[in-house]
Design a protein around this ligand. Structure first.
Ligand code: FES
Length: 340
């Protein structure tokens, strides 16, 4: 190994096989046009500001299009709303990116640095140095003195949040108290969900599971409203030995001769539960295997469901039919973020 003088100073040269490749050094610094010509620098500044300004305008256009273009309008065979929103948001993001790149390439301080490799854990001294470099970078970027760029960038970034807020509207209205109520009321008969025949206790045999609905859903107009009410109010009835039931103190009178009634909607994400195992008195959800113990207040014994299966309190009316004592005392179906 030997050394010789090169254009960038003393460099090592390879003298034989196995010698390290010589360090070529850092090429000489070439100043950019914007470093030596103030007019070019101002031109570049206007370019960058134009990109940021256009981005801000496009984001405002995004909001305007969202409000004024009907959802079903078409343009060149495509959905006009989707096309307009996609183009304005996409171009705005592109312009912010292009503006930032141009700013860094043409205006931020330009000098080469050599970064030595060092152990991966940094010392306190290194951290302080890093903070100083970040501060220096902020200073060198000129954000403090280039007010046009700063303002247009702030405008572009501030308006970037608008589409996010606007798109939240598409999530629809909050469900409010709707999931908490079904059409079950005191005295509403429990009917078979296929024949709509009112059920008596003797129709439910030991170990049997019967799918049922409230009789009053037939009073609702056919179609969406009835289907929604039916889906929410669907229940399962099972009969078990009364000695096997471990009812909470306030639920001791919620069953009839060992017959218990539960919501059919899984509390995980709402699949119908109806795979019943007589021996364990557990009902199983086929979607993600949540398992509920119907002899123990619908408690979750396995799976991802986070809460018990809601139980419907039932009794027998004066004509011997099974009826509800009230609506469910808790919301049926999957848990929602707004529930307490
Ligand atoms: S919907 Fe029942 S376990 Fe997921």
């Amino acid at each position: 190994m030997s050394s010789e003088s090169g254009p960038h100073g003393e460099v090592a040269t390879a003298t034989g096989a196995g010698d390290p490749i010589p360090d070529p050094g850092i090429p000489p610094h070439e100043p950019r046009l914007t470093d030596i010509d103030e007019r070019a620098a101002r031109r570049a500044e206007r370019q960058v500001a134009t990109f940021f300004g256009l981005a801000a305008l496009l984001l405002v256009a995004f909001v305007v299009l969202y409000v004024v273009v009907p959802k079903n309008a078409t343009f060149l065979g495509f959905g006009a709303s989707h096309m307009g929103l996609g183009l304005t948001l996409g171009l705005a993001l592109l312009f912010i990116g292009v503006g930032a790149v141009q700013w860094a390439r043409k205006l931020m301080d330009d000098h080469e640095i050599v970064e030595e490799r060092h152990p991966s854990s940094s010392t306190e001294e290194d951290r302080q140095e890093t903070i100083a470099i970040v501060r220096q970078g902020a200073q060198e970027s000129g954000i403090g003195r280039r007010t046009l760029i700063r303002r247009t960038l702030i405008a572009a970034l501030a308006t970037l949040g608008l589409p996010v807020v606007i798109l939240l509207r598409d999530l629809g209205p909050l469900p409010g108290s709707r999931p908490a109520h079904t059409v079950w009321r005191r005295g509403v008969r429990i009917v078979n969900d296929v024949t709509f025949k009112p059920l008596r206790p003797e129709d439910i045999s030991m170990g049997m599971l019967v799918n049922a609905v409230p009789e009053n859903i037939q009073e609702l107009p056919e179609g969406r409203e009835r289907n929604a009410a039916r889906a929410k109010a669907a229940v399962i009835l099972v009969r078990m030995r009364e000695d096997d039931i471990r009812a909470l103190p306030n639920r001791r009178n919620w069953g009839v001769d060992g017959i218990l009634c539960y919501s059919k909607i899984c509390t995980h994400v709402g699949c119908p539960v109806n795979l019943y195992e007589q021996l364990t008195r557990q009902v199983f959800c086929p979607c993600h295997q949540s398992t509920f113990d119907l002899s123990d207040n619908g408690r979750v014994v396995f799976g991802p469901a986070a809460r018990s299966l809601p139980q419907l309190p039932i009794m027998v009316d004066s004509e011997g039919y099974l009826v509800a004592q009230s609506d469910f005392t808790e919301p049926v179906g999957p848990s929602y973020w707004e529930r307490g």
